[in-house]
Design a protein around this ligand. Structure first.
Ligand code: PLP
Length: 379
């Protein structure tokens, strides 16, 4: 059986989530905006899911806007907050996901004043530089991720929130990777907007949410619908919303056990990796997600190694799923100041709740079979 170690790209739909969704694919088909009983049944399901997600995220159900996923949530946050302030200043982290990065770059192209927040070689925000940027004049929005999809590095966004608020700006947090892997509490993080995605937590694909505090002025991306308080028009995908709600409830119930299991897999893997010559684990001295390891083995090109591992039955990533196939080294590692030739070797392993220690051991054996002879050879 092939082994799937690419859970930051996406996760398998949990069978319990599928069970929750099925009735809404085959049964009640009302439009959640309709006033009759068909519509009310759909509306009840949508609102129950909102409560389930709110319980996972420590937010109010009314602060949730359903979207089609993390990419849309990030775009809605960035464009929705800046729409009413043309040309205003926006900062985003240099290691952000392309959904944030490219949304910001599209704003820059249309005249907004965009700058990046630098990180050190450990992937953590360069705080002194960030504080200088915050003091440099009026600011509308800052976008920072809670956890990085490639390295797993966790940022102290609550600390950032305090500084950003003092500077009179809003803070958007991309919590797509953190959600379901570590505790994510919207109120405690003091974020103003926060993106999450269902398919990263064993829910259906094409489903996500943007959490927005009531005070934030947000413009919609789409026009022509009253759904989600007019902020995200379009008939709700009831089955997917129900699935996201069910996945959120399971994530809340199982957060601790999943994290403990994932950390054990990660530590076992890293121990094996450290014993291999010329292996380098990125950002291994800072707080990271319990399931994520990004590494490189000197002399090996990431995508070539990925394909060799695939032939041996192991699915990993050579960076973020969205960046793969471009042949460009990871902007995350480059942003951390890692040399291009080292970044080109990056492999990301991201464990999921259903992976086992036996799979980790088989993977380590397969990896050393591939790299050991060359890595041991004198150069
Ligand atoms: N933000 C981060 C940090 C991600 O890792 C991803 C997906 O990999 C996204 C946003 C985009 O989410 P989606 O795939 O739901 O559009």
């Amino acid at each position: 059986m092939p082994v799937y170690f690419d859970n930051n790209a996406t996760t398998r739909l949990d069978p319990r989530v599928l069970d929750a969704m099925l009735p809404y694919l085959s049964g009640p088909y009302g439009n959640a905006s309709s006033l009759h009983r068909f519509g009310r049944a759909a509306r009840d399901a949508v609102e129950r899911a909102r409560e389930q997600l709110a319980a996972l995220l420590g937010c109010q159900p009314r602060e949730i806007i359903w979207t089609s996923g993390g990419t849309e949530s990030d775009n809605l946050a960035l464009k929705g907050v800046t729409e009413s302030a043309p040309g205003s200043r926006v900062l985003y982290g240099v290691t952000e996901h392309p959904a944030v990065l490219e949304a910001c770059e599209s704003l820059r192209a249309r005249g907004w004043d965009i700058d990046t927040v630098a990180v050190g070689d450990d992937g953590v925000i360069d705080w002194p530089r960030f504080e200088r940027q915050l003091a440099a004049g009026p600011l509308r929005l800052v976008s920072l991720m809670r956890a990085n999809n490639e390295t797993g590095v966790i940022q102290d966004v609550a600390r950032a929130a305090e500084l950003v608020h003092r500077a009179g700006a809003w803070l958007h947090v991309d919590a797509v990777q953190a959600c379901g892997k570590i505790a994510v509490d919207f109120a405690a993080l003091q974020a103003d907007l926060m993106s999450v995605s269902s398919h990263k937590i064993y829910g259906p694909k094409g489903m996500g949410a943007l959490i927005v505090r009531a005070e934030v002025e947000l413009s919609p991306l789409h026009h022509g619908g009253v759904q989600e308080r007019g902020l995200r028009g379009g008939t709700e995908n009831v089955a997917a919303i129900v699935g996201f709600g069910a996945a959120a409830e399971l994530a809340a119930q199982e957060l601790e056990t999943r994290a403990t299991h994932l950390r054990a897999l990660r530590d076992r893997f890293e121990q094996g990796l450290r014993a291999m010559p010329d292996a380098r684990i990125f950002a291994d001295h800072v707080e990271r997600l319990p399931n994520t390891v990004q590494f490189a083995i000197a002399g090996y090109e990431g995508e070539a190694l990925l394909m060799q591992l695939d032939r041996k039955g192991f699915a990993v990533s050579s960076g973020s799923a969205c960046a793969s196939g471009k042949g460009e080294p990871s902007h995350v590692l480059l942003g951390m100041g890692i040399a291009r030739e080292i970044a080109e070797g990056a492999i990301r392993v991201s464990f999921g709740k259903d992976n086992t220690e036996a799979e980790v051991d088989r993977f380590l054996a397969a990896l050393s079979e591939l790299v050991w002879p060359t890595a041991m050879a004198p150069r």
